[in-house]
Design a protein. Structure first.
Length: 296
């Protein structure tokens, strides 16, 4: 029997490619709030003895997580054989160590709670900084997909003479790959985060790259502080072209998107792991290809 595809909080634009697929049966699940804001969950499709694939948008996770866990636990109780979760953006990855005494390392607790209710997980570019692999916190099979090739393809088709810039050491993992794919130079900056809204960045000498178009690439754009700090510096050193900012995960807390544009970015482009007006690089194809290769 084909796997049953279910979705929660995922925009229909992301799901369109899956609806036509002969690979899945499409399942229905009702999740709504009671007047007291507790969650009501009901499977409208029979999940007994079925392999389930849930595609779930988990940005702004606090209000989505509890209904999701209820839905997963219900599926188990109704007799689902196997439950897989596809989360294009995997939240709670950034608090990966105790920076100050008394702090919660939420990445560990979140992963444990999620993994307790599923059999496997697929995600795109999770924030792996102090963790080198998801296996360090997820005790279930996980697959990590990368946006690199699709970002490289976008840059190749939209930017002439790109200089790829990564704002901090961990960005080298994707920046170097993208630059190599399209055979263009790259630079990695040194960032120290002082607080949510304050970062200090050390810049290399960019004199030899004045005629290039700076393309800043980061995994997450949250407050926009990182991007804005880099844009300010590029303006100061009078690079000829305004920078293009690319993020995989479009969190854009508060007015981050508008602030980055106001700081002087030529454009802000993101992948559609989180729905946002800046989405220009489609990731659903990556997930569809990955699911095609799974033997259910
Ligand atoms: C952090 O290490 C990440 O890779 C991003 O650089 C960071 O999340 C960006 O955050 P913000 O937009 O708040 O500066």
């Amino acid at each position: 029997m084909k796997p049953l595809l279910l979705s929660l909080y995922t925009p229909s634009s992301f799901l369109d490619g899956f609806k036509d697929s002969s690979q899945f049966d499409l399942g229905n699940l009702t999740v709504r709030e009671f007047p007291d804001q507790e969650s009501y969950i009901k499977y409208d499709s029979d999940v007994k003895k079925r392999n389930l694939v849930f595609i779930v948008a988990l940005d702004k996770p606090n209000t989505k997580f509890l209904p999701l866990i209820f839905a997963l636990k219900t599926a188990r109780e109704l007799g689902a054989s196997n439950i897989g979760l596809v989360v294009p953006y995997l939240p709670y990855m950034r608090q990966d160590k105790q920076f100050l005494s008394g702090e919660a390392v939420t990445s560990k607790y979140f992963s444990k709670m999620l993994a307790d209710s599923i059999d496997w997980l697929i995600t795109i570019d999770p924030h792996l900084h102090r963790y080198h692999s998801l296996n360090e916190i997820y005790q279930i099979p996980t697959t990590v997909l990368h946006a690199n090739d699709l970002i490289a393809n976008w840059i190749q088709h939209h930017v002439s003479s790109p200089l790829i810039i990564g704002p901090d050491s961990e960005s080298e993992q994707w920046v170097a790959t993208i630059a190599k794919t399209i055979n263009t130079p790259y630079k990695i900056l040194e960032k120290t985060r002082k607080s949510d809204n304050i970062v200090q960045i050390k810049f290399p000498n960019l004199n030899d790259y004045q005629d290039f178009t700076p393309v800043l690439v980061d995994d997450i754009i949250s407050t926009g502080t990182t991007m804005i700090e880099v844009i300010k510096h590029l303006k100061n050193i009078k690079m000829k072209a305004a920078p293009i900012c690319i993020g995989v995960h479009a969190i854009f807390a508060h007015h981050a998107y508008e602030n980055i544009l106001a700081a002087g970015a030529k454009s802000v482009i993101t992948c559609n792991t989180i729905e946002h007006v800046s989405n220009a690089i489609d990731m659903s194809i990556l997930i569809k290809n990955c699911l095609t290769n799974i033997k259910f």
